[in-house]
Design a protein around this ligand. Structure first.
Ligand SMILES: CC(C)(COP(=O)(O)OP(=O)(O)OC[C@H]1O[C@@H](n2cnc3c(N)ncnc32)[C@H](O)[C@@H]1OP(=O)(O)O)[C@@H](O)C(=O)NCCC(=O)NCCSC(=O)CC(=O)O
Length: 512
């Protein structure tokens, strides 16, 4: 693991802004500072000295610029100014910028680097965290994207407020990022803080940040993420611009009628394309997100922002090939719920991808709240105000599969299936042996054709003859179908979608 970036290497706020924004596009929003320091106090002298030494009037700069031609608001700390610490004047500047970004409907980029609350101002500075968090929350509640780039070093009340509220969060390689500064910890406790904890790469390991990237790369991350987060949601507008889907879905009559056990066997092939292949071969502008953002991760659940043709989406899906044992734990479902929340807040369509042999069955999974997480996924997803499409892509065993199912539209690949537990398990329950799995699978109605007949699925996506033999064509076919379905859903108002969705699940198995 690399150590913290050196002080000498720290770009100042304006250098960072120049690196990230389009050349020459920066416009400051900053107004003259009203100092809270009593004139001629030691603090006023300190402020005067630091202003004379740096070209900054406060520890933060705010303004707007263009990012690949898109107007964005920016707020950044200047560490050379009292360690980028936040007092009343700095907080006021930040809050005004966030409020202006909200009023003008602009995405907001934040680049903190700070020692936290300004010690010279004490308690009144400390409580500024509240107003900054409130302003950022209002900006997010308006459905506007908030992207954070944590620079070296980010600590204290900055990390614990606007530094940790991003929809997408990246961090500078090697940056010291932590709550209590290590120097302070050592002085308080008499021994050093453990090494390699408060460092960007460790935060990534723990699902606290989405990426560890240089400033140049952070520009690319923000451009890609904003392309999805700011994509037009209005189907009528897309139509006006002539942006209707290039290609409709493949007629499902072309899907061969397959035996249940054959479908299950094919779905389990190691070379069957999964959600990763779908994103690589069928999507564009893919921004992988990492973990819950709250300290948990599960490699079995992939979360990303992506475009399917002209349709923007939050994509979350079982990534079974990345995990030994390939089973999903409660943390994975919490990652999924992060994706649902993101879609809801940004009004982005959500695509869920089901491809799991089942949930993890272990002490850790039980104690981590597996059943509760399945329940909360079901509840969150079925009530989500964003348009939702579920893709049954391969295996669909048990609650971990069901947790991602209840969408507005359910698409099912020809060899995908859905079952309360793997057919071997059903056989063990009924016959105390796994030997009758093929027969059980047949009678349980688990196949794509069965799910279509019973109304669980809306559309079968054919395979010619098996996705594993035509990975690219299959992924493009699936992506085109997703685009078609998402754009279709974007046509109807959220209330209508929810009413239709709830009626659909209310009547499954009991039509009429
Ligand atoms: C951020 C750092 C890791 C950076 O270390 P460096 O070695 O690079 O820099 P440094 O320590 O020499 O700091 C540079 C200068 O900024 C000053 N400085 C640092 N943090 C400050 C702060 N919060 N308020 C006012 N001044 C501050 C230092 O005294 C020093 O001044 P000079 O140059 O004059 O010597 C460290 O400064 C640090 O640990 N700061 C405190 C972090 C922290 O625990 N914050 C919590 C605050 S309470 C809070 O935020 C609320 C909450 O926790 O919820």
């Amino acid at each position: 693991m690399s150590g913290p970036v050196s002080g000498a290497a720290r770009p100042d706020a304006h250098t960072l802004i120049r690196t990230v924004l389009d050349p020459g596009s920066w416009k400051s929003w900053d107004e003259p500072v009203v100092d809270p320091a009593p004139p001629e106090s030691p603090y006023a002298e300190e402020l005067a000295a630091v202003r004379a030494r740096t070209s900054y009037d406060e520890s933060v700069v705010t303004g707007e610029g263009l990012l690949a031609g898109r107007r964005v608001a920016v707020m950044a700390c200047e560490f050379s100014f009292l360690a980028g610490s936040i007092g009343v004047a700095a907080a006021e500047r930040l809050v005004r910028a966030v409020e202006r970004a909200t009023a003008e409907g602009l995405p907001l980029l934040a680049a903190p680097a700070s020692g936290g609350t300004r010690m010279q101002e004490g308690a009144i500075a400390f409580v500024q965290m509240i107003k900054i968090s409130a302003a950022v929350s209002a900006h997010r509640a308006a459905g506007l994207p908030y992207i954070v780039y944590l620079r070296h070093p980010t600590t204290g009340g900055v990390f614990a407020s606007w530094g940790s509220l991003g929809h997408v969060t990246a961090a500078e390689p090697g940056a010291l990022i932590g709550f209590l500064g290590p120097r302070v910890f050592e002085a308080l406790h008499g021994y050093p803080f453990p090494p390699d904890v408060q460092v960007a790469e460790n935060l990534y390991e723990h699902g606290l940040v989405d990426a560890v990237v240089s400033a140049e790369h952070a520009r690319e991350v923000a451009i890609r993420a904003l392309a999805v987060m700011c994509a037009p949601r209005d189907a009528a507008r897309l139509r006006e611009r002539g942006e209707t889907p290039a290609r409709g879905p493949e007629p499902e009559e072309r899907a061969a009628d397959v035996d249940a056990w054959e479908a299950i066997s094919r779905s389990r092939r190691d070379d069957r394309p999964g959600v990763k292949a779908l994103l690589k071969l069928g999507a564009s502008h893919v921004t992988p997100l990492n973990g819950t953002g709250a300290g948990e991760n599960d490699p079995g659940l992939l979360l990303a922002l992506a475009m399917f043709g002209r349709a923007p989406a939050v994509v979350l899906g079982h990534d079974r090939r990345r995990v030994t044992g390939r089973h999903l734990g409660p943390a994975g479902l919490r990652v999924a719920r992060r994706g649902m929340h993101l879609a809801s807040e940004l009004g982005l369509p959500l695509v869920t991808v089901v491809d799991t042999p089942g949930a993890a069955l272990s002490k850790a999974a039980e104690e981590g709240g597996l059943a509760g997480e399945i329940a909360r996924c079901l509840a969150d997803l079925v009530m989500l105000d964003a348009p939702t499409v579920c893709l049954l892509l391969g295996e669909g065993a048990g609650g971990a599969a069901l947790a991602l199912l209840p969408a507005d539209r359910v698409l099912c690949a020809q060899h995908a299936w859905l079952s309360p537990l793997p057919p071997e398990g059903a056989s063990a329950i009924l016959y105390r042996t796994i030997d009758f799995a093929p027969e059980i699978a047949k009678v349980q109605g688990v196949r794509a054709a069965d799910l279509r007949r019973t109304g669980v699925a809306d559309r079968v996506i054919p395979e010619f003859p098996d996705a594993a033999y035509e990975e690219k064509e299959f992924c493009e076919r699936v992506a085109a179908t997703l685009e078609y379905e998402i754009l279709g859903l974007m046509e109807s108002p959220a209330e209508d979608r929810l009413t239709t969705r709830l009626a659909r699940y209310r009547h499954l198995g009991t039509p009429g």
